[in-house]
Design a protein around this ligand. Structure first.
Ligand SMILES: *[C@@H]1O[C@H](CO)[C@@H](O)[C@H](O)[C@H]1NC(C)=O
Ligand SMILES: *[C@@H]1O[C@H](CO)[C@@H](O)[C@H](O)[C@H]1NC(C)=O
Ligand SMILES: *[C@@H]1O[C@H](CO)[C@@H](O)[C@H](O)[C@H]1NC(C)=O
Ligand SMILES: *[C@@H]1O[C@H](CO)[C@@H](O)[C@H](O)[C@H]1NC(C)=O
Ligand SMILES: *[C@@H]1O[C@H](CO)[C@@H](O)[C@H](O)[C@H]1NC(C)=O
Ligand SMILES: *[C@@H]1O[C@H](CO)[C@@H](O)[C@H](O)[C@H]1NC(C)=O
Length: 852
């Protein structure tokens, strides 16, 4: 039956026919509080924010006051002798007014224990609605089924006057809140809406259209519209000065009972038989513009105001904080401004709204020119602008005089200003030359916005899903225009080059040099340069970019409540990035010293992503980043220096790898040592055949407990004694025994004894089963020969032969080469193998090789 919006919380209170009162959060769309009032319809519920109350009036004739924080009922009293229809809360005094089917209106004072301060008598039927005059809080108006509207004064119990004209009961009433017109609006069961001048007490307009009883009317407190709701199920939207029907809303939720707009917002709550709806009306974007000197102009209703950033003084500014600016009234505008836009040099502003535009001087808001147009855009040159008259006609003006008009081939659904004139139609976006209106290029795209850089070299075309950055190739266009080559019906093929597409929705944007700064649909403040996106800030609400002032190194944004905030963005960084994008490294080097140290790494990352590693390495101040870059660039010296400073094992490992790929083995070795990478060292030592290194590694590895590496290195060097001792030391006794049995038979006995002893501690039986060769020589055939071979090989192993000698070595060591006499039996063995060689099957040889 009723809805009301909270002035500060995102809440709507709805009173229901079934006796409940519900508070909804309309941002999260959740029910936050419920009050079970009674079993009868609750026809009205209102917020009293300053007391944290919800006040409800029901068909049980009671007024109930609830605290919406504690959910407690603060008060309840019988207010009338019939159904309560309406409650009006006084904006400043502790009063509420109530109206009822008992034909009375009563005033209640909550500071005086809810005493009834006054009774207003005069209506002869139900009093359906009462409203307090927003321009005079002592006056209120009432609508009654007695077909009249009455205007009352607080303090006087009889009405000041009565407005008559409806032919059936009047259900609803509202005051116009703008200062310019003394108007009331009413809706009645005669299905009509009437606008009244309450000063000369005449009906100035009747709005016809609803096909059933009109149940609610409202002058929107912010927008130039009237909303009317009816039992025909529709809400109609009318222009508040032309009374043109702008829109008919039908959500199919049966009868409409109430409509509630809100000051400072463009949301409207609607109440129906089957539920309630919050709609947003009008343009989200505030009518606001800034010139390049920091003068901001905006429209508050139809009043134009100006704030000057320069007047702010030296106060410390925090990113994202609302600026407190001195605001100057510039005067009121003849049209209701939907947009305000400075021209490029800032001398003029254009105000657009209601199909009209007026160009004012920015200084004094004196009108310079005006006309009717669906849309208005400034050109690149400050003296140029274009208007769109209809969906087919575009006019171009120069120095405030109409210069040309033309009908674009596919019509004009929208126009975009800037370096070239953009015309949007079903077939896409067509760019025209401002001078001669020749088609430059048609692009198949449906843009929301087109943003040109100041130089006219770059353009951003933003759509509903993403944005494109294009380069405009003016030279190619000039050539094509001259030679007529490459010109099709879609214009000049080579006019643009696509530089990138980004899957982000641009809300507002502007160029600084080659950097495109924008706010996105997810409330980020970003900029795009050379394919990279840099986030400047995460915004907590929707903000609109106003401009960038290089001298302050700051970006300025406004929100729809006309607050201004700022974020710092260094012009030096933007200039540097622009220079890099233009490959102008001379310029970049000149700008670099002006970039603060803490920003250098960000710039370096940008350079890196653009492929300028060397420059990035020179600019970066972050040692991690520099190390990465040095590695990528193969800058061993720099990387080495950074590794020394960082003392990080990881860095040494990375550097070792690089040094190895660069054949810098000495460096690689040092790095591997620092990294304690014995595996790596082993690989390097053996692969490079560096005996000294293998030797050192063995000792180092053993000292550091890297036994595997130590064992291998000793083994490679033929230091079998060391291998054996290592196994014994590490309690690898069985392995030690087998090693001895294979290579050092003279040690077998000692090792087996150690083994037996050790094993005996856990399993005596097993230990006893181990046979020591000295005691059981019969079990070890050939042991004596093995001793001999060991003696013989000791000699030959002393001299380590470099890999280079490999080709000189014959199949096996022939006795002739050696001064040491070879025992006869080993000679025989050699001969036997050589003789039998051809008869040994290949498989056996393979397995022999494998086992070696
Ligand atoms: C009234 O209707 C609302 C919405 O359907 C519901 O949440 C509430 O519980 C109902 N109250 C009563 C008293 O039935
Ligand atoms: C209404 O009545 C009050 C008191 O009688 C008077 O002061 C006021 O001027 C009247 N206003 C109008 C608009 O008639
Ligand atoms: C009353 O004032 C309105 C303007 O608000 C005007 O249009 C109308 O003609 C006036 N009526 C009379 C009867 O003076
Ligand atoms: C409109 O109001 C009349 C009383 O004037 C009432 O009888 C009728 O039922 C109402 N129409 C609807 C659709 O409720
Ligand atoms: C422009 O200003 C002139 C006088 O300065 C005024 O007569 C005219 O109505 C104004 N027009 C608009 C549209 O503001
Ligand atoms: C072999 O390694 C040693 C240090 O372990 C080093 O001093 C020497 O330069 C290396 N020799 C070669 C040829 O790399």
């Amino acid at each position: 039956k009723s809805v009301d919006l909270h002035p500060t919380e995102p809440w709507m209170v709805a009173s229901l026919y079934n006796g409940s009162v519900c508070v909804w959060n309309h941002e999260t769309q959740t029910l936050v509080k419920t009050f079970e009032v009674c079993d009868l319809p609750v026809r009205v519920a209102k917020f009293v924010a300053r007391k944290h109350w919800v006040i409800a009036g029901a068909d049980d004739m009671q007024i109930r006051v609830f605290n919406y924080n504690t959910l407690e009922r603060a008060h309840m009293f019988e207010a009338h002798s019939d159904y309560i229809r309406c409650i009006a809360v006084h904006p400043t005094q502790p009063y509420i007014l109530t109206s009822s089917d008992d034909m009375l209106i009563k005033l209640w004072d909550w500071d005086r224990k809810w005493v009834c301060g006054q009774v207003f008598e005069g209506h002869t039927h139900y009093v359906m609605q009462i409203v307090i005059n927003p321009k005079d809080n002592n006056q209120f108006a009432s609508a009654s089924l007695d077909r009249t509207i009455k205007v009352w004064q607080l303090g006087s119990s009889s009405p000041n006057f009565t407005l008559e004209g409806h032919e059936k009961g009047v259900n609803c009433i509202d005051y116009y809140s703008g200062g310019d017109k003394p108007y009331l609006i009413s809706g009645a069961d005669d299905r009509l809406v009437k606008i009244w001048d309450y000063q000369n007490k005449t009906c100035v307009q009747t709005l016809e259209g609803h096909t059933q009883n009109v149940s609610c009317v409202s002058f929107h407190p912010e927008l130039p519209i009237i909303l009317t709701g009816s039992e025909d199920g529709t809400v109609r939207v009318w222009h508040s000065s032309t009374y043109r029907l702008e829109n008919t809303l039908n959500y199919g939720m049966e009868r409409v009972w109430c409509v509630c707009g809100q000051r400072g917002a463009n949301s409207v709550a609607l109440g129906y038989d089957e539920g309630s709806i919050i709609i947003k009306l009008g343009r989200e974007e505030p009518a606001m513009s800034m010139d390049s000197n920091g003068k901001i102009m905006w429209a508050k209703h139809s009043e134009v105001q100006q704030a000057n950033l320069k007047a702010m003084g030296e106060a410390e500014i925090q990113d994202g904080e609302r600026l407190s600016l001195a605001v100057k009234d510039m005067g009121s505008c003849e049209i209701y401004p939907q947009t305000i836009q400075h021209n490029p040099n800032g001398r003029f502003v254009v105000v657009c709204g209601d199909g009209e535009y007026i160009i004012y001087t920015a200084m004094a808001l004196r009108n310079k020119s005006f006309g009717s147009a669906q849309e208005f855009v400034w050109g690149h040159d400050s003296s140029e602008y274009a208007t769109r008259e209809s969906t087919s006609m575009v006019k171009i003006f120069k120095n405030f005089k109409e210069n040309k008009y033309f009908k674009p081939d596919f019509g004009a659904e929208g126009i975009h200003g800037g370096f070239l004139l953009g015309v949007r139609s079903v077939s896409g976006l067509a760019f025209y030359d401002w001078e001669n209106t020749e088609l430059v290029r048609r692009i198949e795209i449906q843009p929301k916005h087109v943003f040109w850089s100041e130089s006219g070299e770059l353009v951003c075309i933003a759509t509903e899903e993403s944005f494109f950055v294009l380069r405009y190739l003016a030279e190619k266009v000039a050539t094509a225009q001259e030679t007529k080559e490459g010109v099709t019906e879609d214009g000049i093929e080579d006019a643009f080059e696509v530089l990138g597409e980004i899957q982000e929705v641009v809300k507002t944007g502007l160029w600084v040099g080659d950097c495109f700064i924008y706010t996105s649909s997810v409330n980020r403040l970003n900029y795009y340069v050379g394919g990279e996106i840099v986030t400047v800030a995460h915004l907590d609400r929707t903000m609109y970019l106003l401009g960038y002032i290089p001298k302050d190194d700051r970006l300025y944004l406004g929100d729809k409540e006309l607050n201004i905030v700022t974020y710092s963005l260094l012009v030096s960084v933007l200039e540097y990035q622009t220079a890099v994008m233009r490959r102008d490294f001379g310029m970049a080097d000149r700008v670099l010293p002006t970039i603060p140290k803490e920003m250098r790494t960000r710039v370096a990352h940008f350079l890196e992503k653009q492929g300028f590693m060397q420059q990035a390495l020179a600019v970066s101040t972050d040692s991690e980043h520099r190390f990465e870059l040095a590695l990528q660039l193969g800058e061993l010296k720099i990387a080495y220096q950074l590794a020394v400073e960082a003392e990080s094992e990881q860095k040494w490992k990375q550097l070792a790898e690089l040094a190895t790929t660069k054949c810098q083995f000495v460096l690689a070795q040092e790095c591997l040592h620092h990294a304690q990478d014995y595996g790596g060292l082993l690989l390097l030592a053996t692969a490079s055949g560096n005996t000294t290194m293998v030797g050192k590694l063995a000792e180092g590895a053993e000292r550091d407990g890297k036994t595997n590496v130590a064992f291998l290195t000793y083994f490679l060097q033929g230091k079998l004694d060391k291998c054996l001792e290592l196994l014994i030391k590490t309690n690898r006794l069985p392995e030690a025994a087998f090693l001895a049995r294979t290579y050092l038979p003279s040690h077998v006995s000692r090792v087996v004894n150690l083994w037996k002893e050790s094993l005996g501690k856990v399993n005596q039986k097993a230990a006893d089963a181990l046979a020591n060769p000295t005691d059981y020589s019969n079990l070890f055939p050939g042991l004596q020969e093995a001793f001999l071979a060991e003696e013989y090989l000791k000699e030959t192993h002393v001299r380590l032969r470099p890999a280079a000698e490999y080709p000189l070595i014959t199949v096996n060591m022939s006795p002739i080469e050696h001064s040491v006499p070879v025992p006869a039996n080993i000679q025989q063995l050699h001969i036997a193998i050589e003789e039998e060689w051809d008869n040994i099957p290949q498989a056996t040889i393979n397995s022999l090789i494998n086992s070696m």
